[in-house]
Design a protein around this ligand. Structure first.
Ligand code: ATP
Length: 209
């Protein structure tokens, strides 16, 4: 089974990378595709260009065979809808199970995503807690969770899509917002993200204001 972790990765950081690797190990996944949301439709425009964000993503996963830097949303035209990416991956992987990995903040915001009710038809959802997410889930999401939640990882291997698994992972309180703020304030973000990525940020003078 493959995992999919979508993000703007503005920039990619150790929160993303650890979650991807923890889920890879916990579920015994073949690969986790880190899918760059090139033109995210449901949030403000990223600070770095899609090409810069892809470059940082590629540097971050270099030499790690479990993780794939997936640029398919950059190669597509128009807004980066996850549902289109999942359809694309579904045609590659036929009826094999697939899991979309989401932090709790992303899960709670799902109803804002294009054709969000289609997502669960195409993939399983694996939801991880984020230490800085405290707001409770609304009624729509609670009902959605009740309808599809399974309790054991084994259960998601029995069908290609259609379940939600809440998977505990060791949590890192890291966000791209925090990293951008540290850089803008001339503070040191080292060890929150790979050194190679930080070197590129400095070389390109990203996030300095
Ligand atoms: P920003 O601060 O710019 O909103 P972010 O750090 O939340 O960025 P995204 O690229 O928006 O990063 O996140 C992509 C996915 O990774 C989302 O599903 C998000 O919930 C998840 N994620 C990001 N950081 C963490 C973390 N520290 N722990 C768990 N999940 C995370």
């Amino acid at each position: 089974m493959i995992g999919i972790l979508g993000g703007t990765f503005d920039p990619i950081h150790h929160g993303h990378l650890r979650v991807a690797l923890e889920i890879h190990a916990a579920l015994g996944l073949d690969k986790v595709h880190l899918v760059l949301s090139a033109r995210p439709p449901h949030r403000s425009a990223p600070r770095a260009t899609p090409e810069q964000r892809l470059h940082m993503l590629q540097m971050a996963v270099a030499g790690e065979s479990a993780l794939v830097a997936d640029d398919r949303e950059l190669r597509r035209h128009g807004p980066s809808f996850m549902v289109d990416t999942l359809r694309d991956l579904r045609s590659e992987y036929d009826d094999k199970p697939m899991s979309l990995i989401l932090g709790m903040d992303a899960f709670r915001g799902l109803p804002h995503w294009h054709q969000w009710e289609q997502l669960i038809e195409l993939t399983h959802l694996v939801v991880v807690q984020r230490p800085d997410t405290t707001t409770p889930m609304n009624a729509t999401m609670r009902q959605f969770l009740n309808q599809y939640q399974v309790n054991l990882p084994e259960q998601i291997f029995q069908q290609a899509a259609g379940t939600i698994l809440m998977q505990p992972v060791p949590s890192l309180t890291i966000s791209a917002t925090k990293i951008r703020m540290l850089i803008a304030n001339d503070d040191n973000p080292r060890y929150l993200l790979p050194d190679s990525v930080l070197g590129f940020i400095q070389q390109q003078s990203l996030y300095t204001f």
